[in-house]
Design a protein around this ligand. Sequence first.
Ligand SMILES: [Mn+2]
Length: 415
Amino acid sequence: MEALNTSGPTVGAQHDKFVVSTDEDVGALRRGVAEVAARTLGTRAARAALAATELGTNLLRHGAGGYVLVRPLVAGLELLAVDSGPGMPPGARTLGMVPHASPSRGDPDGGDPDGGDPDGGDPDGGDPGRRPTKGLGVGLSAVRRAATVFDLYSTTRGGSAPAGTVVLARFLEGPPRPGWCRWGAVNVAIEEGGISGDGWAVSALPLLVSVLVVDGLGHGREAGLAAAAAVSAFGADPSANLEELVRRAHEAMRPTRGGVLAVCSVNPELGELRYGAIGNISGMLLNDRTSQRLLGRDGILGTSLVPPSPRVNSYPWSPGAVLVLASDGLRSSWDPLAYPGLLSHDPAVIAAVLQRDYGRPNDDATVLVVCDLRASNHLDVGAGNIPAIQGETGQAAGAGQTEPPLLSGPARTSA
Ligand SMILES: [Mn+2]
């Protein structure tokens, strides 16, 4: 098992949502991304802004509109372009994912979920100086080259899942680290530009990954303060046992309006997931294409003198397992198995798909996904990527701090 960064917990900032339905929206998105990138990215800031423009334009042209979620990372930025459009035919998906021919990259074919371009060619003609001439997928191909991590998931009409596309482009300054799991999340406020009342955090030690999802009562700023209190308590000692984590979160939330939460820990060597939830957070564990709902108990933290005691349950965790946690901003019928092949994608993509299709219009929504990478069912999203995990603390406003769920990959030499 490879060493993980142990510098501290990862605390996820919320995503800012930019609805894209006009050309003006694309401009606003680009400016918003440039502003964040100026703070969190150095040399790659311009690439991120360009990628945002491409993603926004692509939404208008092919997705009939949609939205882009933007999240600052400690030294990076994450973009998720989301639409409920007709979806991309498999060929177009390949255009977005096909390894770019570059001697410096050494891309394996494994980065392409559709099996690779049959001739191994480059969708843009392989010449970085040449203008793209093909339609759908060419803008995405440019985004793919510019991003540190790229992933795409698309479903067309008539299948078992709703149609639509999610594109992930993550820009990182530093080199990511390898590890046995990766995670991602989406946390969006009800209102565009609003503060989310949800929060999440992940702590990754080599043999213990601990996770928190919290939903402050109600929504907006006050709910965000309650969530942030729980996140801080978790961050102080994320390796504590789950009963203790709940008790500390309760104490920390007492000056606030309170909330509900789920905490869990994964020990990959023991093959065990421990899970405890108080109130309306839903959890699902997926092992070998079978799914299991995780059990919590009713209650609210922070509102009474005596902390509610969680009933901590233990579940078997095997290589390739996927954990999904969601606040009640998602309708409870959410089911990742309804989406063909979704579980092999980047956790942030899984989270964005579920939030798109099951999110309620009247609440903040958080979905957090942890994927165990010790089985072959996970794609190397972005050619040559070594899935990685990293824990590092950074400061951010609202419900917490921020840190990328990372995939490592070779530095891109062309943009
Ligand atoms: Mn809620």
